[in-house]
Write a protein that binds this ligand. Structure first.
Ligand SMILES: Cc1cc2nc3c(=O)[nH]c(=O)nc-3n(C[C@H](O)[C@H](O)[C@H](O)COP(=O)(O)OP(=O)(O)OC[C@H]3O[C@@H](n4cnc5c(N)ncnc54)[C@H](O)[C@@H]3O)c2cc1C
Length: 461
């Protein structure tokens, strides 16, 4: 049996971070991958969706540019778009393979399953290690009444825009994936209806900024129906007749579309892995149970990323990979970090830390400061003055607790807020920091100032 210091199962964001950090710390590492290097994020997740969003936004911006005199009739070649998207993915996955090689991580293609606590089998061969890191990720969650197929797409199928843009698309699910793909299709020419079971889109985030994003999407022409569930559908000559129902039951309605995208969440991927042979326990939702060191119930076996626990985000998986690898190398690392989240629609939505409701529940005396992008000089020069930044703080200690925003470049701006939270910044610290003018980032400083009723570019009430 070939043996290693560390075996990493899966080369998504979590797995390749763990493998590289393990190698940096002097471990002999084997990484096993059943499909494509780079996992979901690089191949069928973050990267291809962001590439398509950029293309769709460029088309959209051209239309908006008439306001300053730019007249253009964009014509999009979907085959070229698909090829460009694939090129971006290939460049990045090739980069990861190169990094693994450069760090002397051995890459083995095949499906890994446990034979015992410290032993796996791949393509009929046995491999053993002192430590193992499970980074097998997640897969689209199916929805009852909507089995995936030709007419009912998962997110991976929806990425293939070159295979045709449906005239009418129903998106089921108002999370990041549904919103991003819904906007891509709307901007590329589909009539899009998006339904969300909960009373507001992005149910896990700040309600006010989520509502602003919903309104922006509606203004653009997407039909968003909250508090609504899809019960089932029937294929008829004129399309797919989908039965919608109020979330609490009662009123029903039928809509007719050409394709349905199911984006109701993802589930951890552990099937066929033989976790029981390793003594690795899962919880009732199928996630592998881990502690803050990313250790599972089996000594020396770690789990990270989507297979371990929500939130199902690439940067969370990456950091967990570093923590697990450092512990496998004998260090004592803990996952104790703020995890920002971003929706890459136009406008973008981003948040980190506690929402007002969560902060109140945790016992803080909550105070909020807001700054609208309509008062931002930079946002106006970009023709993107939609949205606001909201800072949540503790009135008694002035501690910064959370930041939520909807607007241009929110995903970039949230990194500063995340650093502020990591460093235990007060709201005053944010307000005192000189931000370059004119930039969107000034909004963060002004929102902090607004919390103390001292913002300059808005009236403080
Ligand atoms: C459409 C879409 C858009 C997204 N956009 C974003 C975004 O913008 N930002 C963000 O943070 N997150 C985004 N995500 C989520 C992000 O992709 C995941 O959180 C991230 O990929 C999780 O990384 P991971 O390493 O846990 O697993 P994965 O990326 O799922 O990788 C797991 C890997 O393990 C391999 N594997 C599984 N089982 C085995 C086995 N038994 N043997 C060998 N190999 C195995 C798989 O083939 C896969 O390559 C998006 C997801 C989707 C679907």
């Amino acid at each position: 049996m070939k043996t290693y210091d560390l075996i990493v199962i899966g080369t998504g964001p979590g797995g390749y971070h763990a493998a590289i950090r393990g190698a940096q710390l002097g471990l002999k590492v084997l990484a096993v991958e059943a499909a494509e290097v780079g996992g979901v994020c690089l191949n069928v997740g973050c990267i291809p969706t962001k590439a398509l969003l950029h293309a769709a936004e460029t088309v959209h911006h051209l239309k908006g540019a008439e306001g300053f005199g730019l007249k253009a009739k964009p014509e999009l070649d979907f085959n070229k778009l698909g090829a460009w998207r694939d090129g971006v993915v290939k460049k990045l996955t090739g980069g990861v393979a190169g990094l693994l090689k450069g760090n002397k991580v051995e890459l083995l293609r095949g499906f890994a399953r446990f034979r015992g606590p410290k032993e796996i089998e791949v393509n009929g061969e046995a491999y053993g290690a002192k430590s193992l890191i499970i980074a097998t990720g997640s897969e689209p969650m199916p929805l009852k009444g909507f089995p995936f197929g030709e007419d009912v797409w998962d997110s991976t199928r929806a990425l293939r825009v070159e295979e045709g843009i449906p005239k009418r698309l129903l998106v089921i699910g108002g999370g990041a994936v549904g919103l991003e793909l819904g906007q891509i299709y709307h901007r590329l020419g589909s009539e899009v209806t998006l339904i969300e079971y909960m009373p507001e889109i992005l149910p896990a985030g700040d309600k006010e900024t989520a509502a602003l994003l919903r309104k922006a999407l509606e203004k653009e022409g997407l039909k968003v129906r909250t508090g609504t569930k899809a019960v089932g559908y029937e294929k008829k000559q004129d399309g797919l007749h989908v039965l919608l129902e109020a979330a609490q039951g009662g009123s029903q309605e039928e809509i007719v579309v050409d394709k349905i995208l199911v984006a109701v969440g993802r589930r951890p991927r552990t099937e066929g892995l033989g976790l029981e042979k390793a003594g690795v326990k899962v919880d009732e939702r199928g996630f592998i149970q881990v502690n803050a060191r990313m250790e599972t119930s089996a000594p020396g076996v770690y789990a990270i990323g989507d297979v371990a626990r929500p939130p199902l985000l690439a940067h969370k998986a990456m950091k967990e990979g570093l923590v697990a690898a450092e512990n496998a190398a004998g260090k004592n690392a803990l996952f104790d970090f703020q995890v920002p989240s971003v929706v890459y629609t136009g406008p973008e939505w981003a948040g980190v830390g506690l929402t007002e409701e969560e902060a109140e529940k945790a016992g803080y005396k909550v105070k909020v400061g807001k700054f609208p992008f309509s008062a931002s000089g930079r946002a106006l020069t970009l023709g993107a003055a939609e949205g606001l930044i909201k800072v949540v703080g503790d009135e008694e200690t002035d501690l910064l607790l959370g930041v939520f925003m909807v607007g241009p470049q929110a995903g970039e701006l949230i990194a500063e807020a995340t650093l502020a939270l990591e460093m235990g910044a007060t709201v005053s610290d944010l307000g005192l920091t000189i931000h370059p003018h004119p930039t969107l980032s000034e909004g963060l400083m002004e929102a902090a100032e607004a919390l103390h009723k001292q913002a300059i570019h808005i009236l403080n009430r």
